[in-house]
Write a new protein. Structure first.
Length: 157
């Protein structure tokens, strides 16, 4: 498995995982279930801890992919800039998750406020991660670009 394959294999976990964890956190808030909220915090922490691994694999993939003909260097750097912001967001969310879990465990008064703050932060981070994933996809998949126009098929096709 080369660097690009490794990056493609692991980069979806934090994106999809964050959405899943935010959904579990929302269920925990709506259903007033401490176990759901704790599970969401643990998952958010795990995906936050995965972020530097994904980022590092992206750096390695960049070295490989930027030498491929037809790959846009500006798209790679746009993706990299977006990834840096998304990873920073994941770190903040992971830290919030530690505090949220601790507040639930200690039954602190602030646990409800922390759950709402974490939910809002989780939604924002998910959007940052999804935007980053989309920009990564544009590097080798022009068909997902909104300005993509399919060429007309020849009669032989």
């Amino acid at each position: 498995m080369n660097a690009a394959q490794a990056h493609l294999a692991i980069n979806h976990f934090p994106v999809i995982g964050t959405l899943l964890a935010v959904g579990i956190l929302l269920a925990g808030i709506l259903l007033n279930q401490v176990a759901y909220r704790k599970l969401a915090y643990v998952l958010l922490l795990i995906f936050g801890l995965m972020s530097p691994i994904v980022e590092s694999s992206g750096e390695n993939a960049e070295e490989l992919v930027e030498e491929i003909s037809g790959v846009s260097h500006s798209q790679i750097h746009e993706h990299e800039d977006q990834a840096e912001l998304a990873v920073l967001g994941m770190y903040v969310l992971a830290a919030l998750s530690v505090f949220g879990f601790w507040a639930e465990w200690k039954e602190l008064r602030q646990r409800k406020a922390l759950s709402f703050i974490s939910l809002g932060a989780g939604l924002i981070v998910f959007l940052l991660m999804a935007r980053t994933a989309h920009s990564g996809g544009l590097i080798r998949h022009p068909e997902i670009n909104s300005s993509f126009q399919q060429s007309e098929k020849s009669e032989d096709e």
